[in-house]
Design a protein around this ligand. Structure first.
Ligand SMILES: [Zn+2]
Length: 295
């Protein structure tokens, strides 16, 4: 566990701190809290559901990697299964700001990577920026999504985003997070390529059909996948490399541990993520090899 997470847990009020420490110290802890564990924390602390989520935000924010702003944002997304997923903002030194990841995108991608197909609510330690309001409007069940901020009543996403522009304005009914597979496959592939193909099949790209996925192998051999999340407003789209970097960050693996990266994308689309992925990796560390497969 990284020092910032441990510090944030120690700083929680007693007895929440000890109970959370026990959860986080378990070998299987993956920056999520099961519905049962959350219920136990609720009874133990005597906090309401919303107050407990707000109380846990500093733990989510402790996953932040923000060398440029030093502004640490945490988010907790609760999937329909009841599990809670931590997320935090990420900035990349030497890389243009539009490659940054917002805490909401981190928590939402985290839930998506781990199989959630819609969310009940999201709790954030700062008011969501316009970019994130638009990003969340792409989600399966966006019209029912509740946004919880500290010291406020929960409000619907659409109260934060009145008169929204969304997928239906472009004739798209397929939301982000909904289960899907685009039928991409390849023969004679290695585990890294397979992971990238799997991610590409889960990607959300209804506007360009650029179904794409990234898989990162770290120095210990672990593989982290990321799928592309496109947005009706185009610019808030989240690149597949970022989603894989989110997975890696929440698994407590540092970026310097990246050994190699694989990008798989649909050969028949109107855009490509090859140049963007190459550019971003080049800025992170020019020695990271990138393999590419268009299928
Ligand atoms: Zn944001």
């Amino acid at each position: 566990m990284r020092a910032s997470v441990l510090e944030a847990i120690h700083a929680l009020p007693a007895p929440l701190n000890e109970a959370m420490l026990e959860i986080a110290k378990a070998p299987q802890f993956d920056a999520t809290i099961s519905a049962d564990a959350f219920d136990s924390l609720k009874s133990l602390s005597g906090l309401s559901d919303a107050d407990l989520r707000v109380a846990l935000l500093p733990v989510a924010a402790a996953y932040s990697v923000a060398p440029i702003s030093t502004f640490y944002v945490g988010a907790i997304a609760r999937g329909n299964s009841g599990r809670l997923y931590f997320g935090a903002n990420m900035e990349f030194e030497g890389v243009q700001l539009n490659q940054s990841v917002h805490a909401e995108q981190s928590a939402i991608s985290h839930a998506w990577i781990k199989g959630e197909t819609s969310l009940k609510d999201i709790t954030i330690n700062y008011s969501p920026c316009g970019h994130c309001r638009q990003f969340m409007n792409e989600l399966n069940g966006a019209e029912h999504l509740e946004v919880q901020l500290p010291q406020r009543e929960a409000q619907s996403l659409h109260s934060y985003l009145p008169e929204p522009f969304g997928p239906s304005d472009l004739g798209i009914n397929e939301p982000l997070l909904a289960a899907k597979s685009h039928g991409l496959s390849a023969e004679d592939t290695c585990p890294l390529t397979n992971a990238a193909i799997l991610a590409a099949n889960m990607s959300h790209a209804p506007y360009t059909n650029n179904f794409c996925g990234v898989a990162i192998r770290d120095k210990s051999g672990q593989i982290f996948s990321g799928m592309y999340a496109e947005n009706a407003a185009f610019n808030p789209s989240l690149p597949p490399l970022q989603v894989a970097l989110i997975a890696m960050n929440l698994a407590d693996v540092a970026q310097k541990e990246i050994e190699e990266v694989m990008l798989v994308e649909n050969a028949n689309s109107s855009i490509s993520y090859l140049q963007d992925t190459q550019g971003m990796l080049e800025a992170l560390n020019p020695d990271i090899p990138l393999s590419y497969l268009a299928i």
